[in-house]
Design a binder for this molecule. Sequence first.
Ligand SMILES: [Zn+2]
Length: 373
Amino acid sequence: MELWDIPAIDQHAHNLLRPEAIANYAYTAAFTEAHNADIINHHTCHTLFYRRSLRDMANLLKCEPQESEILAKRNNLGLENLTKTCFDAANLEAILLDDGFLPDKILPWQWHQKFVKVRRLLRIEDLAQNLIPQANSFEEFWERFKAEIDPPPPEVVAFKSIAAYRTGLEIKSVTVEVAKSQFNAIKKTTGEKPPRLINKSLIDFLVIQTLEIAAKHKIPIQFHTGFGDPDLDLRLSNPLHLRQILEDERFRNAPIVLLHASYPYTSEAGYLASIYPNVYVSFGLVIPSLSIVGMREVVRRLIEFAPSSKLMYSSDAHLIPDLYYLGGKWGRKVLGKVLNESVRDGDLTVKEAEEIAVAILRGNASQLYQLDI
Ligand SMILES: [Zn+2]
């Protein structure tokens, strides 16, 4: 099944780096979650993802599949032309950008609108961090936090939480008194610069506040789940830890999107999506960063149990435009292959498989985020 004609909504990705920031990154840095120089400079070139991607980029840019050739071609094009080439080749209808990743180094979300329709994902931990130095009391902090998200600015279509990165997904209710005392303790050691928020009680409190507001407006909240960079304790990013939130009737109207297929907890993510009406799963980062067999296995694992109405495409592209293209290419190839198998097995008719492909690539996201595009 060829899915190239279906424009995709990339419902979780990140802003591209500014040209002066790109100069400080090796090309391989975009192909690993590691920050370690040894991994970036000596090991990433031995991953299947990197090897395959060199050939993909060489095909796209019409050059030899060597990093030096690809870099020369990219340099000649310049960032704008390269972005246009990659975005066009990815056949994107819209992208949803989380601009909380490397906020000092990225281009603003508006810049990307030259190439494709853009909506924003608001990262709540970043919002909170930025408000801490500005607020003189917990009450002021809490009021301002709520004012920023209830309702959020018009370009924001969802919230994003990186609780998994900071303190884990076992998010519990926290009283106002506890949140206040934790805020006061952080405030004592904070100067004019926003602190790095790593306080579990305060993060949990803010996530719960956000869920209440998300439920009120039916705004989705994306959770980082599963693998990521070394900031993360993988044990705490298992989405099963979200049980208290998922069981809480107050949040039933808040769609919860588990990012990255919760890999390697993919069966767990599929299970949660099949049980809870407000749980959705997207498979960006798994696609395009695993081997072809690995990507296929993950999409199979999700679709084997979870309703297809709960699954969504994304790339989790970040740093460079190449990843948008690689995500778009392999998202369609892998999904097409898995759906073909389902037709061959007798799980689906051809027509059903085609409808599911459209739903996963764009329809489900368009509906969930109420994208007026
Ligand atoms: Zn991401």
